[in-house]
Design a protein around this ligand. Structure first.
Ligand SMILES: NC(=O)c1ccc[n+]([C@@H]2O[C@H](COP(=O)([O-])OP(=O)(O)OC[C@H]3O[C@@H](n4cnc5c(N)ncnc54)[C@H](O)[C@@H]3O)[C@@H](O)[C@H]2O)c1
Length: 317
């Protein structure tokens, strides 16, 4: 198999674990290098480097030594954790991205992927079918860092021709790796709790709708965006991306139809006040038009697949 030499930074996290698997399946283990603060990677057949994305010299050395052509920068502190550590979140989310963009410019990296988030939106943003270009008034440090990051991506592309591509991920649902401290983590925790305890205490209001996406859809969107010819990419900040939208009540009901005695109660905490500022649904027509985006998983398909895979994983454990 031939293809680009790929570096995935923040590869041990919820997204990185699955992106590594997908890129190895497409390009071969020899094409991929994973990097994270943690000394060991998620796969034994893939070369892993312990790397702090804030260390520009170390990052530069890895890019040169490994002859990297594509970078996926996933290292970040997420929305809920970010509110507990505001300075660290700003420094990591901004500093890491700026190191990647600057080295992409200096070392002529062919392509960069960096995920933004629906957290760029805020209380004054129209919450239903939120458009690509609209009010962006984030209230979290995480959202502020993502919005600034989008503008830096657009600037590096316009000023220096860096081929950086980005998606505003909604809440991502997956069973392979645990979530990393975001506001939408409940939509994963609820499955583990349903199978373990038959009950879940949700930290959001039962009626709080949020945009969500199943991880296989998010990973397919990532590679489809990265495969698209540069001329098709008209948005160099970050693309709106939609999968499904649902409330805690709706996902609990869907689980309850499959696990008959499952119950959920709600005890909203500070994360509810973050969720209340985010869109309920997203208009992703630009992604559909530019590079043909189409989600595949609806809520019923997500619930079926999550339960099946988590039950299998329990048997293996
Ligand atoms: N998971 C979601 O629902 C979601 C939604 C929207 C956007 N995103 C974005 O996707 C990206 C990945 O998110 P995730 O859910 O996998 O996060 P995560 O917290 O699960 O993983 C982040 C990884 O980055 C690593 N890391 C932290 N600091 C680092 C540093 N200084 N140098 C190198 N590595 C470092 C961590 O060890 C961890 O393995 C982030 O940019 C996040 O903002 C995620």
């Amino acid at each position: 198999m031939t293809g680009p030499r790929i570096l995935i930074i923040g590869a041990n996290g919820q997204v990185g674990t699955e992106l590594t698997e997908l890129l190895v399946a497409r390009h071969g283990a020899h094409a991929v290098v994973t990097a994270d603060l943690l000394p060991h990677g998620c796969r034994s057949d893939v070369e892993h480097v312990a790397l702090d994305v804030m260390d520009m010299k170390a990052l530069s050395d890895v890019l040169m030594r490994q002859r990297i052509q594509h970078i996926y920068n996933l290292a970040a502190l997420l929305s809920a954790n970010g509110e507990q550590h505001p300075a660290r979140t700003w420094n990591l989310n901004m500093g890491g991205l700026l190191n990647v963009l600057e080295l992409a410019r200096l070392q002529h990296i062919e392509r960069v992927f960096w995920p933004s988030s629906i957290a760029v939106f805020g209380p004054a943003t129209p919450a239903d079918m939120t458009r690509q270009h609209t009010v962006t008034d984030p209230t979290t440090v995480y959202g502020i860092s993502k919005l600034a990051g989008e503008r830096w991506c657009a600037w590096y592309h316009a000023r220096h021709g860096v081929d950086v591509r980005s998606l505003r991920f909604p809440g991502l649902i997956s069973w392979k790796a645990r979530p990393g401290g975001g506001t939408t983590d409940y939509a994963i925790e609820i499955f583990h709790a349903a199978l373990r305890d038959g009950h879940y205490t949700c930290y959001l209001d039962a009626g709080q709708a949020l945009p969500m996406m199943y991880m296989p859809d998010a990973m397919r969107a990532t590679v489809e965006l990265m495969d698209a010819p540069a001329a098709r990419i008209t948005e160099r900040g970050s693309y709106n991306l939609a999968g499904v939208s649902f409330t805690p009540r709706e996902i609990a009901d869907a689980i309850g139809r499959r696990i008959s005695d499952f119950t959920m109660t709600c005890e909203p905490d500070f994360r509810q006040s973050i969720a209340a500022t985010w869109p309920r649904s997203i208009d992703d027509s630009l992604a559909r038009r530019d590079w043909g985006w189409q989600p595949r998983f609806d809520l019923a398909a997500i619930v079926d697949d999550m339960l099946e895979n988590l039950r299998q994983a329990q048997k293996v454990d």
